[in-house]
Design a binder for this molecule. Sequence first.
Ligand code: BTN
Length: 259
Amino acid sequence: MYTAESLKKGLKTEHFGCKIYAFDTIDSTNNCARALAGCWADEGTVIIAEQQTAGRGRLGRPWLANPNENLTFSIILRPSISTESINLLPLSVCVAIAEAVEKSTGLAVECKWPNDLLVRNKKVAGILLEGSYSQSKVDWIVIGIGLNVNQTVFPADLESKATSLKLMAGRDIDRIALFHRILENLEQSYRAGTRTGFHSILPQWTARTRMIDKKISVMERGTLLSGTVKGVSPDGGLVLQSDGSERTIFAGDVTILAE
Ligand code: BTN
């Protein structure tokens, strides 16, 4: 098991990870981060756990990860951005993590809208963004990151869809070195985003996805939609074309119908 001290040693960031709360077991690092964010914890505070008993994914799903093999952590942010650009933040987080994983493993990492990272078409990581907003301003955001690092066995129903960096790279991955790279990249891209706007991430995100011009179906608030992906809108929605008209969706579970 790692400790806050071992996770901090050698970390080259200014603020991200300045406070690290490391748990052996916790219900959910996002739950803990939300509670701390509400108590004025500093921006950049990280909550990390070897095991979550109630890890949460998007759309109310559980996030299952074997203990001691993966990276499951949350980071508290207090961006002074409007709620309109909030959907761009997870896209920039995805790109920052993808770059860190590539540097650490040599694997090519793709982005799948909204918040997934894939290697050779299988999911290696997911991001859960939760926040508190007043009027149209952001009070705090918690970014929860679940990354399958050295896990080699997955539940039968996930085997065809999920994988890990170890399975894809064929070797053990140093979790602490990877954690450092991720935090360093995240801090850099977050700083750039808060300075110049997160929209500048769109070309990089788009270059990392194979969704463009693909036919997809998406479950959006109980309704099944299908169409061809035309891109990502300036505010982070997925632009779909169907029956000659375009619509933009902001949440949902996407299935790519034809490769
Ligand atoms: C998804 O793909 O549905 C998002 C998964 C996010 C999982 C991470 S693990 C760390 C943090 N704590 C949680 O309970 N969830 C996120």
